[in-house]
Every structure is written in C-alpha cells, then in structure tokens.
Design a protein. Structure first.
Length: 457
C-alpha cells in the first residue's frame, strides 16, 4: 500500500541540526570501527589478518538476517512519537556499550581472542542495526523535496565529519595517555568515551526530531513476513536504486581500503606513527569544509555531476599517493588532501540520491518502502565493509605482512598498492555506474507530482 508522500516544505533548523547530531553519534562508532578495529584485531589482540577478515565476513552474514527484519519492523511501528524515534531513543545506550566491548579483550577469561572478537563484533553490529535502520529511513520521511534532501544530507555530513574528526583525535590521544597500562587498555578507555559520545548524540537526535504525521498513520496491512519477502522486489523495476546501491557497495569495498591502511602505512612504511592522527584528521576536516561546496554544486548542476567531479579529484589523489615516494611527506599529505576533498562528495551525494529513488520505486510499483530501502542500503554498506575487511586481510596475508615486525620492501609496495590502486579502480567503476543515472531534480519533481495526482483521483 502506498503511504502519503512527505511534504515538500523546508525542514525546520532544529530538525536539521538534530539529524546532523544523530549522524555525529553514528560516525563516532562507524569511523572508530572502520579505522581502528582491524588494527586492534591484528596488532593488539594478535589475531591473524585472514581470521580477522573472516570475523567481518561472519558479521556480514549476521547482518543479512537482522537488517531486513529490523527494517521491516521499524516501518511497521506506529506510536505517537512516530515510527522511527522510539527505536533511536531506546537503542542508544546498548549501541554505545557495544562499541566499548568491541575494543575489549577476554583478559584472563578462558576464551580465545578471535572468539571474543567475533562475539563482541556481532553484538556491535546488532546494536548498530537497531538504531541505524530507523535513523537512515528518517530522511525520506521528513521531506520529498529533492533540494531539501540535499541540504539535509549536508547537515548530516557535517555531523558525520565532526564525529569522524572526534574519533580520530580521541582514539590515538587516549591510547597514548594510557600507554603505560598497555595499548589494549588505552583502546578500551577510548572506545568507552567514544561510546558515551555516541549515546549522547543519538539521544539528542531522538529528542530534537519530529516526524510528519506521527500518530496519524493507519496500521500496516501486510504481515511482517510479507514485508520482509517484498524487499528483493524493490530492485526489479528501480534502476536508479540499483545504481545507487552499486555506488555505495563499490565505494565501501574499494575506496574504504585507503582509510583502513592509514595506520599500517605510517607505522610500517613511513615510520612516523606520530603523524597518523594528522593523516586521519585531515580528511575529516575537509569533509566538514567541503560539504557546503558539494551541496551547492549539486544544486547548480546535478547530484550525479557533483559526485562524478569528486571522483575525478579523488582518482588524481590516489594515483599521486601511489607514485609519491613515502619519505616525501609534503606530497603524501597533498595526496591525502585531494582524496579527502574529492571523496567528501561520495557520502553527501549518496545520502542525497538514495531518498529520491523511493519515489521512483513507489511510482513504478505502487508501494512506498522507506525503511526497507534505507535498511537494505545500510546492510549493503555494512556488507561491503565486511567484504573490504575480508579482502584486506587476504591481501595483507598475500603481501607477506607480519604484525609488529619490519616489513620486506616488496611487502611495503604491495601494501601501498592495496591502499591506493584499489580505491583508484573503484573510483573509475563508480564513475561508469553514474553514467546511466538520470534521476535529476526535474525528473524527481515530475514523479512527486504524478504520485500526488494519483492520490487525488
């Protein structure tokens, strides 16, 4: 059954800010996991890289079960506070606690480190699913105006970049402060503080957000199982959605290689671990500063064009990074700046383009699927991160990498290729996918008018 199209009005500033603060909480955890957890497994817990990657694969399989169930349940929720806000409010504390546990060790418990890592990782992924599925679906519910959705995505990315910036400063700093108690203890304290920040961000978001039509919606007509079974059908007649999914999957698998390897690069290749924080902070700062530019460019041109231009800039940065000598630090940081500036277009445009595909799917199928679409998008992103970690673990093993040891010259070259050439190939692939994406503002406006006309008959 088709639900009412969200209003085309401007979203209030308080709601925009609340949406951004919510993603601050998510990115503290997401970036903390993306940038530090693989290193924590291999160099702190001593888990073999291939086995560490397999843990991510197991989590991806688990997400395949939990994500569609939570997405369908959230879409069926009816309360006077709305569909999605209760999920965010009630799931905030377990979310923060699970992040701290992901950076813990079994200590004296008779548990193998990899088993402990697997259990805490699955707990974190479950808690992430419970809060992220409703949060992501909220954007499509707040407004149907394509430009306003881009503005919302901009607020979201500023919050996300601030969260990413907070974790890349907090985690190494706290680990260094508690270095005398051991690296493992430092990571646990840092993750505990970061988890508290995430809880505060999500609780503020739940308090500040207001869902249109909360408490006025009819109960769903289909069963929960029917809603879950209908998820694959979302793609059959929705070409734009398939392309947007292709963008985030390839982006998370390929472009994510760069960020995951920053710690390894500065520790083993450059030999300057003290510069790691700067290398991690720079892209986060550029995301904050460049987000208004990418929003402006997408409104002047199109979302597809803005992302395409960003990909070209990133591609130049990746190639420059690979061919730049590792001891030429000015060149290294110039390449990172290019990658950070161009790469900022990907999350901004992805979260601005995805809501538009919901109206396209509704027009073609007659069914509006907000939470299920965003839920599957979140699963695709998490699954891609899992594939990325599995692939990284396999490639590190293939390169001859040994944790906490001097690496062979051939290993360092292979690690640099993994870090730069894989993302370069991904940038080219995404650019090709975007050539067939034609859901611009004019086409989306026509879809919204047609849907409203259909309801008025």
């Amino acid at each position: 059954m088709s639900a009412p199209v969200p209003p085309r009005t401007s979203v209030p500033l308080g709601t925009r800010i609340g949406f951004g603060v919510g993603d601050f909480g998510f990115l503290v955890v997401w970036q903390g996991t993306t940038l530090f957890l693989m290193y924590f497994y291999t160099d702190v817990m001593g888990i073999d890289p291939v086995l560490a990657g397999t843990i991510y694969l197991a989590a991806m399989v688990w997400d395949a079960v939990t994500d569609p169930v939570v997405a369908a349940m959230a879409e069926r929720t009816r309360t006077r506070w709305g569909r999605y806000r209760p999920w965010i409010a009630l799931g905030a504390v377990p979310f923060g606690v699970s992040f701290a546990l992901a950076f813990s060790t079994p200590g004296s418990l008779p548990v193998e480190p990899w088993i402990w890592a697997l259990g805490t990782h699955l707990l974190l992924r479950t808690a992430y699913t419970i809060v992220s599925m409703p949060f992501n679906a909220m954007q499509a519910r707040l407004t149907s105006d394509a430009n306003e959705r881009t503005v919302l995505a901009g607020f979201r990315m500023v919050g996300a970049a601030t969260g990413g910036l907070a974790i890349v400063v907090l985690m190494p700093l706290v680990v260094q402060i508690f270095s005398e108690q051991g690296e493992a203890y430092g990571y646990f304290v840092a993750a505990s503080l970061a988890g508290a920040l995430a809880v505060a961000g999500l609780l503020y978001c739940a308090a500040a957000m207001r869902e249109p039509g909360a408490g006025e919606e009819a109960a769903p007509e289909q069963s929960l199982l029917a809603d879950i079974a209908a998820i694959p059908g979302l793609f059959r007649s929705n070409g734009p959605l398939v392309r947007v999914f292709g963008v985030i999957v390839i982006g998370s698998i390929c472009l994510g290689m760069f960020g995951k390897n920053v710690l390894y690069h500065f520790k083993y290749d450059v030999g300057r671990e003290d510069l790691t924080t700067i290398a991690l902070v720079l892209p986060a700062i550029l995301l904050v500063l460049s987000t208004p530019f990418w929003v402006w460019l997408s409104q002047r041109r199109s979302k597809r064009d803005a992302l395409s231009i960003g990909l070209i800039i990133s591609l130049v940065g990746y190639l420059f990074f690979f061919f730049n000598p590792s001891d030429f630090l000015l060149g290294t940081f110039a390449a990172i700046a290019l990658i950070g500036f161009g790469g900022a277009s990907l999350p901004v445009m992805f979260w601005a383009m995805l809501p538009d595909t919901i109206e396209y799917g509704e027009y073609r199928s007659g069914t509006r699927a907000e939470s299920r679409t965003f839920g599957f998008a979140t699963f695709a992103q998490k699954a891609a991160v899992g594939i990325n970690a599995l692939l990284l673990g396999a490639l590190l093993g293939w390169s001859g990498f040994e944790a906490n040891a001097e690496q062979l010259p051939s290993t360092l070259i292979a690690m640099k290729a993994i870090m730069a050439l894989v993302p370069a190939a991904g940038s080219i692939a995404i650019w090709g996918i975007l050539r067939g994406y034609h859901l611009d503002r004019a086409a989306h406006d026509a879809l919204v008018r047609a849907l409203n006309d259909r309801r008025s008959i």
